[in-house]
Design a protein around this ligand. Structure first.
Ligand code: APR
Length: 235
């Protein structure tokens, strides 16, 4: 069934969330072991936190950068690259900022929420390597605050990314969600947009998600890495 859908699709779009990265050792946000457990993300990953809670803001991102410094994409990323060569996988829209899709050579990737692998000055936009956070230096030569190049709560997404994701979602005839709770907008709009434009919607997520009711197929309680391996074996 799923294998036939992949083989017969002309425009496959993959949409990933933090669940795509957990098997590489990167904690997600909202599952039982997620980093938001018991925390309000607005207190940490927001423009307000950057202004009023700077020490904890920097510490939170420095820790995430350290985790990312020692991880590698798991086999599921390689499988997505293989699908890109053998089937009509046209794009990967990701909410993840860890850069694992890029590290695995997946392409083209549409990083909706930016990247934690780079920093820029909040005032003059000058870019910096994330080494600066390890060295404890957060002040730009212009005097501005150096922050990660991720989209914080309270910030809008880059229009170019939004437009690319919108075009891809409208063209998709198969839209596959891998590892997202689908609770954050506007990212969670794209599966709906794909469905509205005639795509088949497949949601692969350990926990149930709010858009399960509009999906053609839902796969819960299964690790994404295992799912991708099983499907690849039957393709
Ligand atoms: N296999 C399958 N599903 C998994 C796995 C796995 N190995 N690991 C985690 N999951 C599922 C969890 O059940 C959870 O529902 O992935 C989902 C991840 O959901 P979230 O933690 O909410 O992550 P995400 O949907 O990407 O969050 C969206 O919120 O905090 C912001 O900007 C941040 O991009 C992020 C956005």
């Amino acid at each position: 069934m799923i294998g036939d859908m992949i083989k017969s699709s002309k425009h496959i779009v993959i949409f990933t969330g933090a669940g795509m990265s957990t098997e590489s050792g990167v904690p997600d946000f909202r599952s039982d072991t997620g980093i938001w457990k018991g925390r309000n993300p607005e207190e940490l990953a927001s423009v307000a936190a950057m202004d009023t809670n700077r020490r904890e803001f920097v510490e939170f991102y420095r820790k995430r950068m350290e985790i990312l410094g020692n991880i590698k994409p798991h086999i599921g990323y390689q499988i997505l690259s293989n699908w890109g060569e053998r089937y009509n996988l046209k794009s990967i829209i990701t909410q993840n900022t860890d850069g694992l899709h890029e590290q695995a050579g997946n392409q083209p990737v549409i990083p909706l929420h930016g990247t934690i692998q780079k920093l820029h000055c909040h005032n003059c936009q000058k870019t910096y390597s994330n080494e600066r956070y390890y060295q404890g230096e957060y002040v730009c030569s212009c005097g501005g605050f150096i922050r990660p190049s991720v989209v914080l709560f309270g910030e809008s997404l880059d229009n170019k990314m939004l437009k690319m994701a919108q075009q891809e979602s409208q063209k998709a005839d198969l839209f596959i969600v891998l590892g997202s709770s689908l609770v954050v907008s506007p990212a969670n709009m794209f599966p709906i947009l794909a469905k509205e434009h005639g795509a088949k919607l497949l949601i692969v997520n350990h926990d149930s998600a709010p858009l399960d009711s509009i999906a053609d197929i839902v796969v819960n309680d299964t690790k994404i890495g295992d799912f991708l391996k099983v499907v690849s074996d039957i393709l």
